[in-house]
Design a protein around this ligand. Structure first.
Ligand SMILES: Cc1cc2nc3c(=O)[nH]c(=O)nc-3n(C[C@H](O)[C@H](O)[C@H](O)COP(=O)(O)OP(=O)(O)OC[C@H]3O[C@@H](n4cnc5c(N)ncnc54)[C@H](O)[C@@H]3O)c2cc1C
Length: 307
């Protein structure tokens, strides 16, 4: 029988520093802990939510009336060329430990917060790279709690999505196939990305990264193509950065309560101290409505709501 903690405040477990209490809370240090805690939750009909690094979340002010299962299995096995990382391994650590050994493939993730589990589930990506690029296979639990091992081809990876996201499966760990190369070069690439983020992202305030996905150029009305052309980038396919649209809509600095559209990176909302989830949700609504009205584009949230 696993002992769940009761009424644990979730805000400190998120990079946004927002959110109420979890009715039950459990930290899983091993894959077996995850399985046992889930079994127990299912037996008692308790809804559950899996928490990684909390870097892509907006937790409701009312918290979560179920079990928050925080995965902290940090097992890391570094081989050459195959590296196995448990779901709770922090991505910055994985990038550090691989690049310094001359194992390439994850340099693009320099400065990307969160855990391996969160990155695999959301196929996190940046600077032209995506988590899926170096995945060999993923260990997971399906909706019935059955262990599965999926090769990359079976993971249904797409832009910020995967089978784990679509089916709510739990990532236990992943194998990455690395490529041997020059450690200094890999470390420098990762360092450049970290520095770029420091300059361009509002890291001085609590935030949850990009609130919205970027817009697939194919979904952007033809009449806007000339206007958005200078901003279009290929990451991983031609997209219009949502930050550009929010900025062009004149929403930089727009505030609701203590939540504000970042001036540095307008697709980031920042918590200026004491912002509520309600403030953020209203701000999200305001941005979506404005962008729809101005550009006929429907923005889609990247951040996950927990309620
Ligand atoms: C400053 C900043 C910059 C960012 N930049 C980027 C970027 O460039 N590119 C990008 O893609 N993202 C970016 N993000 C968002 C975030 O870092 C990624 O989405 C990250 O992969 C989330 O991982 P996490 O462990 O923090 O997940 P969490 O925030 O804890 O959870 C996110 C979702 O994943 C689920 N989840 C977590 N662990 C597991 C697991 N083991 N199994 C199944 N589901 C799980 C949760 O249930 C939740 O639905 C940024 C965030 C911040 C704060």
């Amino acid at each position: 029988m696993m002992k769940f903690k009761k009424n644990v405040l979730l805000a400190p477990y998120t990079t946004f520093k927002i959110g109420g209490k979890a009715r039950h809370f459990f930290v899983a240090k091993t894959a077996e802990d995850v399985e046992k805690a889930l079994f127990q939750a299912r037996e008692k009909n308790i809804p559950f939510f899996v928490l990684g690094g909390g870097s892509n979340l907006l937790v409701s002010d009312k918290g979560f009336k179920g079990l928050v299962l925080k995965i902290e299995n940090r097992k890391l096995k570094i081989g050459n060329p195959v590296v196995y990382a448990a779901a709770g391994v922090n991505l910055p650590r994985l990038v550090r430990e691989t690049t310094k050994r001359g194992l390439g493939g994850l340099e693009w993730a320099g400065g990307l917060p969160g855990t391996v589990g969160g990155a695999v589930r959301g196929n996190a990506g940046a600077f032209g790279g995506e988590t899926k690029d170096s995945i060999l296979f993923v260990d997971c639990l399906d909706e019935k709690g059955k262990r599965r091992k999926l090769s990359r081809g079976k993971c249904q990876f797409s832009y910020r999505s995967s089978i784990f996201k679509k089916k709510n499966w739990i990532v236990l760990g992943a194998s990455f196939k690395m490529k041997q190369g020059n450690a200094k070069e890999f470390m420098n690439i990762a360092k450049d990305h970290i520095n770029y983020r420091k300059q361009r992202n509002p890291l001085e305030f609590p935030n949850a990264g990009s609130i919205f996905k970027n817009c697939d150029l194919k979904e952007v009305p033809k009449k806007l193509h000339e206007f958005v052309k200078p901003a279009v980038k290929t990451d991983p396919f031609p997209v219009v950065p949502t930050a550009f649209l929010i900025s062009e809509a004149g929403l930089k600095h727009f505030c609701i309560g203590k939540a504000e559209v970042s001036e540095k990176h307008p697709n980031f909302l920042i918590n200026r101290g004491g912002a509520s989830a309600k403030d953020v949700q209203q701000l999200i609504k305001k941005i979506k409505n404005t962008i729809k009205k101005k550009f006929s584009i429907t923005l889609e949230e990247e951040v996950q709501f927990v309620k």
